[in-house]
Design a binder for this molecule. Structure first.
Ligand code: TNX
Length: 496
C-alpha cells in the first residue's frame, strides 16, 4: 500500500495477495441505511471511471459492497477489504461507511491516473479516528463566502475525514446570519461602505470606495447544513458576543453604549464597541440565538466571547448601575455574567454552549465547552475543571498566517505557520492529568478572512495545512511521521 498516499494515514493496513481489477461496469450495493453514502461514492467515482457506476440490490454480485455491521468499532470506524473477488466496506454506521468511501475513493483516484485498467492491490484496512472533533473554522464576516463556496469548502474537508465545520457568522465588519425578528441585522449590518486596502497596521490607512455586502437566507443555511450532514460534518454556528458586535450595533444602536451612531467597521482589528448589559439587549440576543438554534440542529452553539474590550462599560452609567445591581465587582465579571445568561438560555433549549477561551476566565456553567485559541494552557485548565475543550491555538493552527512567507506570498495578517508546524501539533497538553484527557474533544484550524478576499485564496490558505491537521486528529500519535506525511502530501498534490 506504500505506493498510495492515503491522507490521513489509516490505523492498520495489511497487504493481501493478488489484486482486484475493475470491470468496465462497476456496481455498488448497499444495505438499506447506507443509500446516501453509496450515492455520494458513485457521484465521486463518476469523475474517474470510464462509465458511471450503478447501484444494485444487495443480493446481486457487485464490485463494491457497503455493509452495515452493528457490532464492533466506534461510530466512525470502518473496515475496507479489497480481494481479487471484490471490494467490501463494513462499518457500524453510516459515518464509518462514509470514511471508508473516502479511503476507497482516494485509492481509486490514484490508480485511475495510470493508463489502462484500474487495478487495486488486495488489502485490508481497519481504521478509526483518534479524536471526535476534527474541525475547521471559516470566518464569513470579514469576507463573505456564498453558500456554494461554503459547500465546496465542506466538500474538501470531508475528503480528509474532518467532521466539524465552525461557521463564524458575525463580526464587527459584517453580519451574515438572517434573523426574521430583527431584519436590520442583515439589511444594515451586512454592508460596509468601503474596506481597508493593505494591512491594518499600515499608516495612513487607505480605503477602497466599494460597498461590500453579503448575507445568507434561511434556505442557504438549510442547504449548507444538509450538505454537511450528508458528509457527516456537524455545523457549529457562531454569533460572536458581547464584543465583535459593531455591525449589530450599527443596525440597532440601542444595543450599544453610546448615544452616537456607529457604522459597520471598515477595517480590521478589535472594536471598542460592545453590547450593553441591559435586560432588553440580553433578550434581543436570546431571540437571535433562538433563530440560530432553529436553523442549526447540532449539539453546540458558539457564542464567541473573545476580545471583549470593556472600556465602554467602564464609562457607561447604565453598565455601572447594572454591575452594582447584580453584585458584580468589575467589568470582567459583567462579561462572565453576560456569557452565563446565554449559556443558561442555550441549555434551556437543549444545546451546549461553546466559546473562545476568554469565557473560561469567569466561572462557567457545567456543560460549557471552550475553544482554546491563545495557546493550549486555557484549554488544559478548563479540562482539569471538567469542561470539554477544543484546541485551536494560534501557535499551530491559525491558517490565516503565512505558510512560509511573507516573502513570495500574498498579504496576510502576519505570523508564520508552516505545514510541519501544524503537523507537529499535539492536542493533548503534556501537563494534563490523564484523568482529564477525555475532555480534549479534538482540535480545529481557523481561517480568519481579513486578508482572504476570494474562494481561491481561501483554499490557498487552508490547504494543505488542513490535511496536516486532519492527520493529527485522525491518526494515532505513534504512527505520525513528518517525513512520511510530507512525501504523501506532495504525491497527493501532484495527482490533484
Ligand atoms: C483573533 S482568534 C480573533 C479574530 C481575528 C484573529 C486574526 C479569535 C477568537 N479572535 O477576531 O480575526 O485573531 O488572527
Amino acid at each position: 500500500m506504500d505506493q498510495f498516499p492515503l491522507l490521513p494515514l489509516p490505523s492498520n493496513v495489511i497487504d493481501g495477495s493478488g489484486s482486484f481489477v475493475f470491470p468496465s461496469d462497476v456496481t455498488v450495493s448497499c444495505d438499506e441505511p447506507l443509500t446516501s453514502e453509496a450515492e455520494l461514492l458513485i457521484e465521486r467515482l463518476g469523475a474517474v471511471l470510464p462509465r458511471p457506476a450503478g447501484v444494485v440490490n444487495a443480493a446481486q454480485a457487485t464490485t463494491i459492497q457497503l455493509k452495515h455491521r452493528p457490532q464492533g468499532g466506534g461510530r466512525e470506524a470502518y473496515q475496507l477489504n479489497v480481494t481479487p473477488a471484490g471490494i467490501t466496506l463494513t462499518a457500524a454506521g453510516p459515518a464509518g461507511i462514509f470514511y471508508g468511501c473516502q479511503t476507497l475513493a482516494q485509492l481509486i483516484e490514484q490508480t485511475a491516473q495510470q493508463p489502462g485498467e484500474i487495478r487495486l492491490p488486495a488489502v485490508t484496512i481497519d481504521d478509526e479516528p483518534r479524536f471526535g472533533w476534527r474541525g475547521l473554522m471559516l470566518d464569513v464576516a470579514r469576507h463573505f463566502f456564498t453558500a456554494d463556496e461554503v459547500c465546496r469548502f465542506i466538500e474538501r474537508m470531508a475528503r480528509y475525514k474532518l467532521n466539524t465545520f465552525h461557521w463564524h457568522l458575525t463580526d464587527d465588519q459584517g453580519w451574515r446570519f438572517p434573523v426574521k425578528r430583527y431584519p436590520r441585522l442583515t439589511e444594515v449590518g451586512s454592508k460596509r461602505p468601503y474596506t481597508l486596502i493593505g494591512h491594518n497596521e499600515s499608516r495612513p490607512r487607505h480605503y477602497d470606495d466599494q460597498p461590500y455586502w453579503g448575507h445568507y437566507t434561511p434556505e442557504d443555511i438549510r442547504r449548507v447544513v444538509e450538505f454537511a450532514a450528508k458528509r457527516h460534518i456537524t455545523v457549529v454556528p457562531e454569533i460572536d458576543m458581547p464584543g465583535h458586535m459593531q455591525a449589530a450595533i450599527a443596525a440597532y444602536p440601542e444595543l450599544g453604549n453610546l448615544p452616537c451612531a456607529v457604522g459597520v467597521r471598515p477595517h480590521w482589528g478589535i472594536s471598542q464597541h460592545i453590547l450593553n448589559p441591559k435586560p432588553a439587549t440580553i433578550d434581543f440576543m436570546k431571540n437571535v440565538l433562538d433563530e440560530l438554534i432553529d436553523l442549526f440542529p447540532g449539539p453546540f452553539i458558539h457564542i464567541g466571547g473573545d476580545e471583549a474590550l470593556t472600556h465602554e462599560w467602564g464609562e457607561s452609567r447604565t453598565a455601572q448601575d447594572r454591575m452594582i445591581e447584580l453584585g458584580l465587582k468589575n467589568e470582567h465579571e459583567l462579561q462572565g455574567w453576560f456569557i452565563r445568561q446565554m449559556g443558561d438560555h442555550i441549555a434551556s433549549r437543549g444545546r451546549r454552549m461553546i466559546g473562545w477561551d476568554e469565557i473560561g476566565e469567569n466561572e462557567l456553567s457545567p456543560g460549557t465547552a471552550i475553544m482554546s485559541w491563545r495557546g493550549t494552557q486555557a484549554g488544559a485548565d478548563a479540562a482539569a475543571k471538567g469542561h470539554d475543550v477544543v484546541m485551536s491555538p494560534h501557535t499551530h493552527v491559525y491558517f490565516d498566517h503565512h505558510h512560509r512567507g511573507p516573502e513570495g506570498e500574498p498579504l496576510a495578517i502576519g505570523g508564520m505557520t508552516t505545514l510541519e508546524k501544524v503537523y507537529s501539533f499535539e492536542p493533548i497538553p503534556d501537563n494534563l492529568d490523564p484523568a482529564h484527557h477525555r475532555h480534549i474533544l479534538g482540535a480545529q484550524g481557523n481561517v480568519w478572512t481579513e486578508y482572504v478576499p476570494s474562494e481561491s485564496h481561501l483554499h490557498y490558505m487552508a490547504f494543505p495545512r488542513a490535511i496536516a491537521l486532519a492527520e493529527v486528529l485522525w491518526t494515532k500519535r505513534a504512527a505520525r511521521r513528518w517525513e512520511d506525511f510530507a512525501g504523501r502530501v506532495s504525491m497527493h498534490e501532484k495527482l490533484r
